[in-house]
Design a protein around this ligand. Structure first.
Ligand code: SF4
Length: 342
């Protein structure tokens, strides 16, 4: 039996890396989908992973579910490196404790089975002491706000709205008493009017059950709302992280500054100004050395194209991978002022 020390994070990811071989039989080239990703997730914490498509955030989640093996790195869960203790595939105990909910709540539910059936299955498989299954199904439905639960248990997925189906997905994950839920874009396919309800449900489950959530999104506004901490990803790299409020108020990385400039600001109205990034998102196939954002960065320097910037502390709990925050050569200073908007 493993027990969590008081100051030990629930999940401690170190240098997690995934490179996919491509190029036919020779397979000498690799897609660098995720590189040296390191972060922690505590009990009762929401960590938001933010980035564009192809930034590596979903690869991170899939590696954590053990759906595929990493190229390198450690996943310390509850004090144990699970890649060493379970080198081939995840044990049933790990799979039970680390659950995933997906972007498309309809696609993850079988249309020929009732909602009750979807919730009974994990109870039968994972809970030896399942007891009265029907009662537990009704309790789960009530927990996620689907009332009256007996009514919802006997309905089919097509009879529910998108928001109600996502609540069923969350109830199914809760059925096995998980300690971590990996939520991959859980609101992006929902109507704007019902997104807030799902986010508030995540918030409540975090508080009441102490579940750690990894909330994956391309949307900084929802990360700001739900995330205790936000990690920004770009081209397979974690480039900046801080407590969400700090990150939104004082972004250090030029890419984060560009992302934030695109988030609608109700106070700025139509007068809001945006920053345009030059250049293309880099290819992930055997990328060149240096900072992955160099081709688009308004503050790029010679060193940026030569060496990958190390992780540097900007303030307590706020780190960034950017040469601007490393020591400048003798006699020079780095321009760390926020990027000017046009
Ligand atoms: Fe821009 Fe250089 Fe910082 Fe990369 S390391 S974000 S290119 S200043």
């Amino acid at each position: 039996m493993i027990t969590q020390a008081a100051n030990q994070p629930l999940l401690d990811v170190r240098g997690l890396t995934k490179h996919f071989p491509v190029g036919g039989l020779m397979r000498r080239r690799h897609v660098h989908a995720l590189n040296q990703a390191s972060f922690t997730l505590d009990r009762g914490q929401v960590v938001a992973l933010v980035g564009e498509s192809g930034s590596g955030k979903s690869t991170t989640a899939r590696l954590l579910t053990r759906l595929m093996p990493p190229t390198a790195g450690e996943i310390i869960f509850d004090g144990q490196d699970i890649l060493k203790t379970e080198p081939r595939k995840a044990s049933a105990a790990y799979r039970r404790q680390v659950q995933m909910i997906f972007q498309d709540p309809f696609g993850s539910l079988n249309p020929v089975h009732t909602i009750g059936h979807h919730l009974e299955r994990p109870l039968h498989i994972h809970r030896a002491e399942a007891g009265n299954i029907r009662e537990q199904v009704l309790e789960l439905l009530a927990t996620v706000g689907l009332n009256p639960p007996a009514d919802f248990a006997d309905r089919y997925p097509y009879e529910l709205s998108g928001g109600q189906r996502q609540r069923v997905s969350i109830a199914r994950a809760l059925a096995v008493n998980p300690r971590i839920i990996l939520a991959d874009e859980p609101i992006s396919m929902l109507d704007v009017s019902i997104r807030m309800g799902v986010l508030n449900l995540i918030e409540r489950l975090k508080e009441e059950r102490g579940i750690g959530f990894l909330y994956i999104t391309h949307d900084l506004a929802s990360a700001r709302y739900i995330g205790d901490r936000t990690i920004v990803m770009y081209a397979g790299h974690m480039v900046e992280s801080a407590e969400s409020a700090e990150l939104m108020q004082a972004p250090a990385h030029p890419y984060t500054q560009l992302l934030l400039s695109a988030v609608p600001n109700p106070q700025a109205g139509f007068a809001q100004r945006t920053v345009q990034a030059r250049g293309e998102v880099p290819s992930l196939v055997d990328p060149p050395p240096g900072c992955p954002f160099a081709a688009r960065c308004p503050k790029v320097m010679d060193i940026c194209r030569q060496a990958m910037p190390a992780r540097t502390a900007v303030s307590a709990g706020h780190w960034v991978h950017c040469h601007l925050y490393q020591d400048a050569p003798a006699g020079e200073t780095h321009d760390r002022s926020p990027i000017a908007v046009h």
